[in-house]
Design a protein around this ligand. Structure first.
Ligand code: UN1
Length: 480
């Protein structure tokens, strides 16, 4: 069957691209989700020019129109949630239930920022000079370049596009080359919701072409990026060289602490979810399970039992708990780390093997290492797959020290029934987000998201805190 070619959206039109690439289902590599355009340099520059041209009218236009647009986008996402979740599971490989949750999250993000449009306020402060008034207001930052990863094909685009538009910016959006399906569907929804020409542009394609231009072209005022540390650093360096605003969300090596006094079921459930759900492909996934010695053996016993019960299969099949890894190169990386773990002396007690299913896909059984030390590479580098290691510690103090002994600082968790330890961990964990008796991954859509150290750079995303990145502050002095 002739596949429809999904084009880029530039200046209010679906623009013909010279190149395209297939979007492959990781649960079944014979299944092509669709053909998607790859933008060349001329298209990216045209999208930037269109966004610049649209900015004056959009940024000064009716805020009601902006709010209505975002609300309409949210409505359509909700109305088509099942279809979009199927597309998401098919192109990315997370299971249908998780995909549905992600689609709903995208809908709520648009609804939240539709409300924020009409809640923008400033401050009026008395000047130290009598009679003079000082007014502090926020203005849109300009044209925002949005670069998103493959692991959340609709939620991360939503949590960047919705605030960008809400606060009056124009957008040039580059989704991950691996998962353009949901991005294209979202662009189509935004286009049909009536976004003015040039205000929102979609340029699918390669990071080396599209991402590079977005971070270097002087027509882009700010770049928000979620992805790998290496690419993030490159984006930041490009932006710094021309003094453009930049926001990065990158990796994690998130700790899940389990204390002797934890409720064992809670500890096992949050660890299982944090480490393996969404195939471990979340920057908020917990990959270091730091367990005190009293509960260590019973925790491992119960966790491995639960792991064995997980069904790894086609993301769209009923009853699947864990979908495939996203592609061959990610699978190679996971397997490479599993070999490395063994070589470094860690003991693989469960999973970590490639699985054969009816269809050809990138299936890997969730892997658990025990007897690992904080110095091992598998406890230092982000693997980004269903691979976790247990580090045995003697007490809470050692657990906290090990938890913080990392180059990252996105999310951290503790399973405990002790208020004292929970409070102390909450205050002393060097992470942007701390979870008590909850998984490290799976965050709310209306509160700040972000981390410390090597995980994040620049202002927080989401919730009211998103205003910091998507606007710039103006201080006006008035002598009436
Ligand atoms: C979540 O855990 O709910 O790329 C979201 C990621 C993060 C998003 C995680 N930026 O995994």
């Amino acid at each position: 069957m002739q596949q429809q070619l999904h084009q880029n959206f530039i200046n209010g039109e679906w623009a013909k691209a010279a190149q395209a690439a297939p979007n492959i289902n990781p649960s079944n590599t014979a299944d092509v989700v669709g053909e998607y355009a790859r933008a060349d340099e001329a298209q990216v520059r045209a999208a930037i020019a269109a966004a610049r041209a649209a900015f004056p009218a959009w940024s000064r236009g009716s805020i009601q129109a902006r709010a209505d647009l975002l609300d309409k986008v949210g409505n359509e996402i909700f109305a088509r949630k099942d279809e979009l979740a199927t597309l998401l599971a098919r192109e990315e490989g997370k299971v249908k239930g998780e995909a549905l949750g992600e689609v709903m999250r995208a809908g709520y993000l648009f609804k939240f920022f539709a409300g924020e449009v009409v809640r923008q306020a400033g401050e009026v402060i008395a000047s130290v000079r009598p009679g003079v008034k000082v007014e502090i207001t926020r203005e849109p930052v300009g044209v925002v370049g949005i670069i998103t990863p493959w692991n959340f094909p609709i939620a991360i685009p939503a949590w960047k596009i919705a605030p960008a538009l809400a606060y009056g910016n124009c957008v040039v959006f580059k989704p991950a080359d691996l998962v353009p399906g949901c991005a294209w569907a979202l662009a189509d929804i935004i286009a049909r919701a009536g976004v003015p020409n040039g205000v929102f542009n979609l340029v699918m394609g390669r990071g080396s072409v599209v991402g590079e231009i977005l971070s270097t072209d002087p027509g882009i005022d700010a770049v928000t990026f979620t992805g790998s540390v290496a690419t993030g650093k490159r984006v930041a360096a490009n932006c710094a060289a021309r003094l453009a605003k930049v926001q990065l969300e990158m990796g994690g090596k998130n700790p899940q602490v389990v204390l002797d006094d934890a409720d064992l079921d809670v500890a096992v459930n949050v660890s299982l979810q944090s480490a393996f759900f969404s195939t471990g492909q979340r920057c908020t996934a917990a990959s270091r399970l730091i367990v005190t010695q009293g509960i260590h053996d019973s925790f491992i016993k119960k966790l491995t039992e639960k792991m064995r019960a997980l069904k790894v299969d086609d993301a769209l099949k009923d009853g699947t708990d864990i979908g495939p890894v996203v592609d061959q190169s990610q699978l190679d990386q996971d397997l490479k780390y599993i070999e490395l773990g063994k070589k470094e002396g860690a003991k693989l007690v469960e999973g970590g093997v490639q699985l054969k299913k009816d269809k050809q896909g990138f299936y890997l059984s969730p892997a658990l290492f025990v007897d690992t030390t904080p110095k091992m590479t598998i406890n230092r580098e982000e693997i980004f797959g269903p691979v976790a290691s247990v580090i045995r510690v003697k007490d809470y103090d050692e657990a906290l020290a090990v938890a913080n002994d990392t180059a990252f600082g996105l999310s951290s968790g503790i399973a405990t029934t002790s208020l004292k330890h929970a409070e102390h961990f909450k205050r002393n964990s060097a992470a942007g987000m701390v979870m008590v008796n909850l998984p490290t991954a799976g965050v709310d859509y209306h509160v700040p998201f972000g981390g410390r150290k090597g995980s994040s750079y620049g202002p927080r995303e989401q919730g009211r805190y998103a205003v910091e990145f998507y606007t710039t502050v103006k201080t006006a002095y008035i002598n009436p």
